[in-house]
Design a protein. Sequence first.
Length: 139
Amino acid sequence: MKKVTILLSLIVIASLSLRAEETLQQYAAKYKFPQGSAISEVNVVFENGVLQLNSSMGNSSLEKTAEDKFYMPANSGTIAFIRNDAKKITGIKFDVQNISIDGTKEEKEISGTVEPVQMYKSTFPIKNLPAMLTVEIED
């Protein structure tokens, strides 16, 4: 009975950990700020179980304080992620050292076409490849 309880506890802990990672990954994106702002853009990345903010002014880990709100210990600032009516993250609000600026999430364009892959010409003569690397395809 003890083994079953320990096993169930481990499963619950593992699933909660995965859920927390999924929750933090939703914030990872590039956010752009209006022209003339103290900073032009930031990248929020999720690496090694930690949410981190990277910018031209430096990097900082983000500590979650509430839903969609984080603390930046590196410069005693706060970050709030902005959602639309559909609960989709659309922006970010920075409050750092008496500076408050809003940025918008940069959406990756999704197209219906696949971009061609760049082809490279080899300078190595194929005739030099060993015969064992050639594969014959049967119909």
